[in-house]
Write a protein that binds this ligand. Structure first.
Ligand code: SAM
Length: 276
């Protein structure tokens, strides 16, 4: 595999995932990370941060629909939404599909990610142009700490727990997120791979349960082809939510609907065991 034609993400020096590319569209070092975008036949355009797959045009809809719609289904008409990370704009593009949302704040630490995705991933980042959206270039942990009792829904769409994203997997950050929710507000965190980041996943669930309460933290799953191991986890933190409860029907999405909603909260046996 010659590196002039293949982008290769090497994960922990033991496994790799690769895609052949036709052209490298963007390659710059920001204050926080290396930002690359490739044109590929198999997965469309692909955003890479510090050598890791972040978003591909092929499977972005799975990740962004599953980060956003389960929480939208169980939160009473959220009006003020905060997204931490998510600089590709994909989560914003899903949130603005709800007319009852008054404002979406995207708190992304790296302006270069937003600029590159606006230019090269126009469909994924389309929601950034909605008049209800405000983009803030700051550390999400500092931002949320200063805003107690402000949001109805907080979505944490971070990179892996290294560098600036490390704090987004700390218990203190989870507490600041909870404190920043209004009465009846909920939060969702992307909590990594149960296959290849078992410790990170289990630690996140444990810390979230300490902050939000053991009955209010609900892991759920989806398969994201470009992420290490495919199977990916999220945690919905919502008081009073019962995973078995039916979700309202949502039309015209490409991955999520009320059947997928219910199935997503059914943890595979090996995951239930690791969380026991
Ligand atoms: N869906 C991807 C995943 O699951 O790995 C993440 C998408 S998005 C590109 C992740 C974003 O989090 C990056 O743009 C990164 O700059 C941002 N980020 C990392 N740490 C952050 C922090 N402390 N505050 C705000 N944004 C942060």
């Amino acid at each position: 595999m010659n590196e002039k034609e293949w982008f290769i993400e090497i994960f922990e020096d033991r496994t790799a995932f690769s895609v052949r590319y036709d052209k490298k569209l963007f390659d710059k070092q920001s204050d926080f990370q290396r930002v690359e975008i490739f044109e590929t036949q198999a997965m469309g355009r692909v955003l890479i941060l510090n050598g890791c797959f972040m978003v591909t045009e092929k499977d972005a809809f799975v990740y962004h629909e599953m980060l956003v719609h389960p929480a939208m289904a169980v939160t009473r008409e959220p009006k003020k939404v905060l997204i931490i990370g998510g600089g590709d704009g994909g989560a914003v593009t899903e949130v603005i599909k709800y007319p009852h949302v008054d404002s979406v704040t995207l708190c992304e630490i790296d302006p270069m990610v937003v600029e590159a995705c606006r230019e090269y991933l126009p469909e994924v980042s389309a929601g950034l142009d909605d008049p209800r959206v405000e983009v803030v270039y700051r550390d999400g942990a500092a931002f949320v700490q200063e805003r107690p009792n402000q949001f109805d829904l907080i979505l944490v769409d971070s990179t892996d727990p290294v560098g600036p994203a490390k704090i987004l997997f700390e218990k203190s950050f989870y507490q600041w997120v909870m404190d920043s929710l209004r009465e009846g507000g909920n939060a969702v965190f992307q909590t990594e791979s149960p296959f290849f980041m078992e410790d990170v996943f289990c630690e996140a669930v444990k810390k979230l349960k300490k902050v939000f309460g053991s009955q209010s933290v609900h892991p759920y799953f989806a398969t994201i082809p470009c992420y290490p191991g495919g199977l990916w986890s999220f945690c919905l933190c919502a008081e009073g939510f019962e995973p078995g409860q039916a979700a309202p029907e949502v039309e015209s999405l490409r991955y999520y609907d009320r059947r997928v909603h219910q199935a997503a909260f059914a943890a595979p046996v090996f995951v239930k065991e690791m969380l026991r």
